[in-house]
Design a protein around this ligand. Structure first.
Ligand code: FA5
Length: 339
C-alpha cells in the first residue's frame, strides 16, 4: 500500500509541477480531490482493508492529503504572482501622455442673473417663492385689477390655453397667490419663466422675470426708490445711474419704469442702448389698494410696493449680448464666451 501511496504522490506532484496556469492547476486539484480523484478513491477503498490496518492507512492518507494540499497552495501562490507580474508588465502607465480634456460647462447667463438678484434680495430680507407657469386668468389678470375685456390686457399678448387657463404673461401672477396665503408684513421675490407672443432682438416668446413684493404698514414710493437704487448699484456697480420714469400698470398706483445707464457705453450712447445711454429694465410701483383688497389684505392698514425685472434684458446688459435669441439658441460658440 505504501508503494501505491508513493505512486499517487509522485503522479500528483508531477501534475502540480507541470501546471502552467491556474486552469491547469484546477485540473490537478480535481485529479487529487475530485469525486473520482486519486485521494478520494483511497478513502473510499478503506472498506476493503483489514480492520487492524485501517488506522495506519488512514493517517498515511491524511499525511498525503496535507502534502498535496500544501503543494497546491504553494503552486497557486506562485502562479498568481506570475499572473500579477505579467499584468503589471503589460499595463505600464505612460505618465507623459496628455490626459483626456474635460470640457467644463458654463453657468447660463439667466441662471447667473437669478442667482445674483436672489442673493442681493435675500440679504435685504426677502423670501424666494415659486408660482405655476400654467396659470389661471384670475391670478394673471383679474386679481391684478385687470378684468376680462379690459383694454390694458392688450399690453401683454398672452398665450391662452383655454378661456380661463393661460401661460403666465407676468410673474405678477404670484403676487395674489402670496397675498392670499401670507400675513403682512412680508417681503417675497419670485423668479421664473413668462410667456408672450412677442419676438424681436429684445423680445422673446419665452422670457424670464423676477417679481418682488413688499407689504407692510407705512410703505411709500420712497421705500421703493431707495430699495431699487441699492439693488441696481449692487448689481451693476456703484457708479450706475438710475432713472425713474412715470408709467402705467393697473396693479400699481403710482407706477414707474426704471432705466439704468448703459454698462456698455456708460451713458454715451451705443448700439446696445440704441444711442440713448440708458436701458429700460423693469416696471414697478406702489401696490394699488384695490389689488390688496381683492386678495383679502386690509388696504387701510397695509400698503405695498412691487417690481418686475426683465431678467433676459438684465442678462443681456451684464454680458453685452446684442440679441435676446442668443440666450436660447444653445450655440456652443456663444456659451463658450460665458465661461
Ligand atoms: C410687467 O410685466 C409687470 N408685471 C411688471 C411690474 C411688476 C410692474 C410689479 C409693477 C409692479 P412689463 O410688461 O413692462 O411689466 O415687463 C417687465 C419687463 O419684462 C420689461 O421691462 C422687459 O425687461 C421684460 N419683458 C417684457 N416682455 C418681454 C419679452 N417678450 N421678452 C423679453 N423680456 C420682456
Amino acid at each position: 500500500m505504501n508503494e501505491e501511496l508513493k505512486r499517487i504522490k509522485d503522479e500528483l506532484t508531477n501534475c502540480i509541477n507541470q501546471a502552467l496556469n491556474l486552469k491547469e492547476l484546477g485540473e490537478a486539484r480535481v485529479k487529487a480531490f475530485g469525486k473520482t480523484g486519486l485521494i478520494s478513491a483511497l478513502s473510499k477503498n478503506m472498506r476493503d482493508v483489514p480492520v487492524e490496518d485501517r488506522p495506519k492507512l488512514g493517517s498515511a492518507i491524511n499525511v498525503l492529503r496535507s502534502e498535496i494540499e500544501e503543494l497546491l497552495k504553494e503552486k497557486e501562490n506562485k502562479l498568481e504572482n506570475e499572473e500579477l507580474e505579467r499584468k503589471l508588465q503589460e499595463e505600464k502607465i505612460d505618465i507623459t501622455e496628455p490626459s483626456i480634456k474635460v470640457e467644463l460647462g458654463a453657468y447660463h447667463p439667466i441662471a447667473d442673473v437669478i442667482d445674483r438678484l436672489a442673493d442681493i434680495c435675500v440679504n435685504m430680507g426677502f423670501t424666494v417663492v415659486e408660482g405655476p407657469e400654467i396659470e389661471s386668468d384670475y391670478y394673471n389678470f383679474e386679481a391684478m385689477n385687470i378684468p376680462k375685456n379690459h383694454p390694458s390686457r392688450d399690453m401683454q399678448d398672452t398665450f391662452f390655453i383655454s378661456e380661463d387657463i393661460l401661460l403666465r404673461s407676468q410673474t405678477s401672477a404670484v403676487q395674489a397667490r402670496e397675498m392670499e396665503t401670507r400675513k403682512p408684513p412680508f417681503k417675497i421675490i419670485c423668479p421664473g419663466k413668462t410667456y408672450r407672443n412677442d419676438s424681436d432682438a429684445t423680445h422673446s416668446p419665452i422670457f424670464h422675470q423676477l417679481e418682488g413684493l413688499v407689504v407692510d404698514e407705512n410703505i411709500s414710493m420712497a421705500d421703493l426708490k431707495a430699495m431699487l437704487t441699492i439693488l441696481m448699484k449692487r448689481l451693476y456697480g456703484e457708479d450706475t445711474k438710475i432713472r425713474f420714469r412715470p408709467s402705467f400698470f393697473p396693479f400699481t398706483e403710482p407706477s414707474i419704469e426704471v432705466d439704468v445707464s448703459c454698462p456698455n457705453c456708460h451713458g454715451q450712447g451705443c448700439n446696445l442702448c440704441k444711442g440713448s445711454g440708458m436701458l429700460e429694465l423693469l416696471g414697478a410701483g406702489v401696490v394699488n389698494p384695490k389689488v390688496l383688497e381683492i386678495s383679502g389684505i386690509d388696504s387701510k392698514k397695509y400698503r405695498g410696493f412691487a417690481f418686475g425685472f426683465g431678467l433676459d434684458r438684465t442678462a443681456m446688459i451684464l454680458n453685452s449680448i446684442s440679441n435676446i435669441k442668443n440666450l436660447y439658441r444653445n450655440d456652443i460658440r456663444f456659451l463658450e464666451q460665458m465661461k
